[in-house]
Design a protein around this ligand. Structure first.
Ligand code: XUL
Ligand code: MN
Length: 375
């Protein structure tokens, strides 16, 4: 994997423990991670919401890919039917042919596929969930479709499968059993792991929407669930900022929790204004300080340096945006990330460590604000 890290002189990330406090401070000696950025075709959306229709025309992949490249993105994340539209009506051979065609399109644009996720929430066969549906034929469909997703991923040249378990939960608590649902989920994931011994499955937790109560609402649930599968080492996570906010959790802490377990295999950075509907706002749009802390932990722990994991922005255009500005939310998210990276790298870590040693958190608070406000 080329150019993940640009080294100047040394090859060390040194971790220094301040003897007078419990805090760790990090000195990134001459090391600069060169982050790689990713985006999904669904992030150029048409503006539909539950109360109104599309506000922008549909654009195909051939239109989107050059735009992604021009916007500074290196990789593309896909749902299975982003790669092969109307996938359920096509033969296995046809699906792979179309996937191969998309791979050529990606290569022509100098892009690569980051991950593929089965879209298990749209079909009439997944109305009550896929893997945890109460109907056996729905469960079979969900597993079959997920195995096809792995075949598509192989054709595109990625080994990362994302599972956002949209409808694996309940609208009505009495309709399913959690223990039974964990068994069903583990059976499904085991079949996926068996299908290709090289794939890794990253679960993307979200507490609600579309279901009332999701079975894997947080990162902690997802990582605990990994241990119910045949190969926990191959089951990790994607952390999305907005999903953390929806669960009342701090996105930077969630990222760091996954990093501590070596299970942060992708990130969906965006923003969310409180416990409301899923908003997928541009990164930093609601809380710049939270965004600063997210960038800081990713940089401190050299996210992606070893495994090439990408920074994805799972944001959407505002409904009011015209098609000419359909990617601005993503290019702006990327610019904000890079500006915050400068802020992270110019933060006075030694000064912060001294304030932590003194337990002067009031001064530390103001120091962070002053740093963010300084031009
Ligand atoms: C849903 C969400 C999805 C996943 C991919 O909230 O974030 O778009 O990222 O299936
Ligand atoms: Mn997401």
């Amino acid at each position: 994997m080329s150019c993940i890290i640009e080294w100047d002189e040394t090859l060390s990330l040194t971790k220094r423990r301040d003897p007078s406090s419990l805090a760790f401070s990090f000195t990134q000696t001459c090391m600069k991670i060169k982050f790689r950025f990713s985006i999904g075709p669904w992030n150029i959306s048409e503006g539909r919401d539950p109360y109104g229709p599309e506000t922008r025309p549909v654009r195909d992949l051939a239109w989107k890919l050059p735009l992604f490249k021009k916007g500074g993105f290196d990789a593309v994340m896909f749902h299975d039917d982003d790669v092969v539209p109307e996938i359920d009506s096509k033969s296995a051979a046809r699906v792979l042919e179309e996937a191969a065609q998309v791979r050529r399109q990606l290569e022509d644009e100098g892009l690569f596929a980051e991950m593929v996720a089965p879209r298990l929430w749209f079909s009439e066969r997944t109305i009550d969930g896929g893997f945890t549906s109460n109907r056996a034929q729905d469960r079979e469909y969900a597993i079959e479709r997920s195995l096809r997703t792995i075949d598509i991923a192989n054709t595109l040249g990625t080994k990362l499968i994302v599972l956002w378990l949209a409808r694996e939960g309940t609208y009505l608590r009495e309709s399913k059993s959690c223990v039974r649902s964990m068994e069903l989920l583990a059976q499904a994931v085991n079949k996926m792991l068996d299908h290709d011994p090289e794939i890794r499955i990253a679960i993307e937790p979200k507490p609600n929407e579309p279901v009332d109560v999701a079975y894997l609402p947080t990162l902690g649930h997802a990582l605990a669930f990994a241990h119910l599968t045949r190969d926990p080492a191959r089951v990790g996570a994607v952390v999305e900022s907005a999903h953390c906010v929806l669960a009342g959790l701090d996105p930077a802490d969630e990222l760091e929790f996954a990093l501590a377990q070596k299970k942060l295999w992708s990130v969906h950075l965006n923003d969310q204004n409180g416990l409301k509907f899923d908003q997928d706002k541009p990164f930093g749009s609601v809380s710049l300080r939270s965004a600063f802390n997210q960038v800081r932990v990713l940089d401190q722990h050299a996210y992606g340096a070893k495994d090439g994991a990408c920074i994805a922005f799972d944001a959407h255009s505002f409904r009011t945006s015209s098609i000419n500005h359909a990617l601005d939310h993503a290019t702006n998210s990327r610019k904000t990330f890079l500006r915050l990276l400068e802020k992270v790298r110019s933060f006075d870590e030694a000064g912060a460590a001294a304030l932590i040693a003194d337990r002067d958190y009031q001064a530390l608070d103001q120091m962070v604000l002053n740093h963010l406000l300084a031009s």
